[in-house]
Write a protein that binds this ligand. Structure first.
Ligand code: UD1
Length: 356
C-alpha cells in the first residue's frame, strides 16, 4: 500500500512525524513525503524536519508565498502530475493550511482516497482562512481522524457518516510527549537560561491580528504594558515581523526574535509564566504542559483547551489581557487537565486504522 503524506507549513511537521513513525513498522506500507513548499524559510521548515526526525521530502513542490488563490492553485497544479505519476492508494493531509485543502481537492477529483488528520475542528468563524480549509477538507476526506469529542459532533452535524470518523487523539501531543525530555535538556542551556524569570512567551501571526495597523498597534501596546511586570519574549512569524516594520510600529522592550526551532520553543513554553498567542497548536501544547495560555482571539476551534485545559480567550480586549496576566501573577491562573487520548499514541491509532 502506497501512502502519501502532504505537508507544507510549520504546524504540519509535528503532526506528520508520529504518523510516519508509526507506519514505519508496517512492512506492507510504502510512504512518500510531499512538501508543498508553502513555508520555505529554513527556520520555518528545515529545522523542524531535522528536530522531529522527519526524512527529507521525496518531492518538493516549492510553491512559496502568494495570495490564497495563487498559493492554493499553485499547489494543485504542481501536485496533480505527481499524483498521476505515482498513483498512491491513500493521501494523508494534516491540519488546516492551504496545502491541506489543495492536496485533498486534487486527490478527491482523481479518485484517490483522502485521510484528514486533525479533522472536525471548527471555530465557526468563516473569516478565518483556516476554517474554510477545514470545512472543505472534511467534506472531501474518506477517513477523518479527530482529536476530541467536539470534533466528532461537528462532523456528525455536517452529515459525515460515523463509520468514516475515528477519534484517535492529538498527534501534535505525540511529538510533544516524545521530545519534551530533549526540550527540557535544551532548557538547561541557550535562550531559556538567558531569560530572566518570569517571562511571557508571545506568538502572533493571524491575518486578523497582524494585517491591520491599528489592531497590531493596540496589541503591541498591551504587550508593552505586560512587559512592565514580566519580560516579554516574542519569536515573530515572518509575516508579523514584516507588518511591524511596514507599519513603522515600535516594539520597545519586547524581545522580538526570529521564529524558534521546535525544541527551543517547547523549552520556552514549558518554562513560561504565561503564553500569549493567536496560534491554534500552542493552545493545545500549553494545555498539555499545564502552562496558562491567553489567546488573542474571540473564538477557538479547539474548545477543549478552554473547557478542560489552561486556555482563556481574551479576544482583542487589552484590559482583559492585562487583568488575566495579573491573575496569573497573583497565582490565580486557571488550572487545567489533559484531555482524553492526548497521550502520545495518536499516531499509532491512525496507523492501526490505515494498515487494518
Ligand atoms: C500558515 C497557515 C496557518 C498556520 C501558519 C503557521 C494557511 C492559510 N495558514 O499561515 O494556518 O497557523 O501557517 O505558521 O495555510 N513567509 C515567509 N517565510 C516562510 C513562510 C511564510 O517569509 O517560510 C511569509 C510570506 O511573506 C507569506 C506570509 O509569511 O506571504 C504568510 O505565509 P503563508 O504560508 O501564506 O501563511 P501563514 O500566515 O504562515
Amino acid at each position: 500500500m502506497n501512502v502519501f503524506h502532504i505537508v507544507g507549513a510549520r504546524p504540519n511537521f509535528m503532526k506528520v512525524a508520529p504518523v510516519m513513525n508509526a507506519l514505519k513498522t508496517r512492512p506492507h506500507i510504502v510512504q512518500t513525503l510531499v512538501h508543498t513548499g508553502q513555508h520555505y524559510d529554513a527556520n520555518m521548515s528545515e529545522v523542524f524536519l531535522e528536530q522531529l526526525g522527519i526524512p527529507a521530502p521525496d518531492v518538493n513542490l516549492a510553491v512559496g508565498s502568494g495570495t490564497h488563490a495563487r498559493q492554493t492553485a499553485e499547489i494543485m497544479t504542481r501536485f496533480e502530475p505527481v499524483l498521476l505519476d505515482r498513483k498512491p492508494d491513500l493521501v494523508l493531509v494534516y491540519g488546516d493550511v492551504n496545502s491541506t485543502v489543495a492536496a485533498a481537492l486534487v486527490s478527491a477529483k482523481l479518485g484517490v482516497r483522502v485521510g484528514h488528520v486533525e479533522a472536525g475542528l471548527r471555530s465557526f468563524d468563516r473569516t478565518m482562512p483556516e476554517e474554510i480549509n477545514r470545512l472543505l477538507t472534511d467534506q472531501l476526506a474518506d477517513l477523518l481522524f479527530t482529536p476530541s469529542e467536539d470534533a466528532d459532533v461537528n462532523l456528525r452535524n455536517e452529515g459525515i457518516p460515523a463509520e468514516q470518523v475515528f477519534r484517535v487523539g492529538n498527534v501534535m501531543i505525540d511529538s510533544l510527549v516524545k521530545l519534551l525530555p530533549a526540550a527540557r535538556r535544551q532548557s538547561q542551556t541557550g535562550l531559556c537560561l538567558s531569560q530572566p524569570k518570569p517571562y511571557a512567551l508571545v506568538t502572533l501571526h493571524r491575518p486578523a491580528n497582524v494585517d491591520d495597523a491599528a489592531i497590531l498597534k493596540r496589541i503591541l501596546q498591551s504587550l508593552l504594558e505586560v512587559s512592565q511586570d514580566l519580560a516579554v519574549v516574542f519569536p515573530a512569524h515572518p509575516r508579523t515581523r514584516k507588518r511591524i516594520a511596514d507599519f513603522g510600529l515600535q516594539a520597545g522592550q519586547l524581545q522580538i526574535l526570529d521564529p524558534l526551532p521546535y525544541l527551543e520553543f517547547l523549552a520556552m513554553q514549558s518554562r513560561a509564566t504565561v503564553v500569549i498567542t493567536d496560534s491554534g497548536g500552542i493552545q493545545e501544547e500549553t494545555t498539555y504542559l499545564g502552562v496558562p495560555c491567553l489567546t488573542l482571539r474571540e473564538n477557538t476551534e479547539r474548545p477543549v483547551t478552554v473547557s478542560l485545559g489552561t486556555n482563556v480567550l481574551v479576544g482583542c480586549d487589552p484590559s482583559k489581557l492585562r487583568s488575566e496576566v495579573s491573575r496569573v501573577l497573583a497565582g490565580q491562573a486557571k488550572k487545567g487537565t489533559i484531555p482524553p487520548l492526548w497521550d502520545g499514541h495518536a499516531g499509532e491509532r491512525i496507523a492501526a486504522v490505515i494498515a487494518g
